[in-house]
Design a protein around this ligand. Structure first.
Ligand code: BEZ
Length: 212
């Protein structure tokens, strides 16, 4: 069964490079990013894990825990981590799940047999502190992901969890935002007394509320 937006993220217990983890307990009150990579000792995956390790302080700032997954054995993850530290200039500083029995991959529908019947695709799940799935992404094995985009989405999700706003295309933290379409002008006057710009009746913009 695919895992969809708004679903409770399936819970599991798994072996990782940082010991056994119960996913929901490990998440605690944090946001989380669970991402799969197809295989250890492969080039694109090596760069992805190095990138996430370098961005870890940015995830920390956003109260977000990151956890990787592949269907390889724990011993391989540990050996490969040495290569990542050597080639990417940063040691892996987050857990990687060893999912040799594909328990977690199946739970999250990370194996797409028409792409590859044994390896996971590049899946990303962002999970909120309520354990609900807030974003799903699927990339093919041949395309490394843009983890700055994942951070950008977390910024948007965290903002829109607190304010009745939405974020436009290519929005970056600090840019103007859009008043949610379900918000009437009457309600908007109470929520945003600083005012807004009406571009069209359905497109009302204002400076990001928690920055002004
Ligand atoms: C890679 O990470 O480079 C990769 C992994 C699996 C299949 C193809 C490429």
């Amino acid at each position: 069964m695919p895992v969809r937006l708004g679903d409770t993220a399936p819970d599991f217990t798994a072996q990782t490079t940082e010991g056994e983890i119960n996913f929901h307990d490990w998440l605690g009150d944090s946001w989380g990013v669970l991402f799969s990579h197809p295989k250890d000792f492969t080039p694109v995956c090596t760069t992805e894990l190095g990138t996430v390790a370098r961005l870890k302080p940015e995830f920390d700032k956003r109260n977000t825990k990151v956890i990787g997954l592949s269907v390889d054995e724990l011993g391989n993850h540990e050996k490969w981590n040495e290569d990542i530290a050597e080639t990417q200039g940063t040691a892996v500083n987050f857990p990687i799940i060893s999912d040799a029995d594909r328990k977690v991959s199946d739970l999250y529908d990370m194996i797409h047999p028409n792409a590859n019947d044994t390896l996971t695709v590049r899946s990303v799940f962002i999970i909120g502190p309520d354990k609900k799935v807030k974003l799903t992404l699927t990339y093919p094995a041949s395309t490394g992901r843009n983890f700055s985009e994942i951070l950008r989405v977390i910024d948007s999700l965290q903002l829109t969890a607190g304010y009745k706003v939405a974020t436009p295309a290519d929005w970056q933290d600090g840019d103007d935002v859009i008043i949610g379409s379900a918000v009437t002008n009457e309600e908007a006057e109470k929520l945003f007394p600083q005012g807004w710009t009406t571009v069209k009746p359905y497109l009302r913009t204002l400076p990001q509320p928690n920055k002004s």
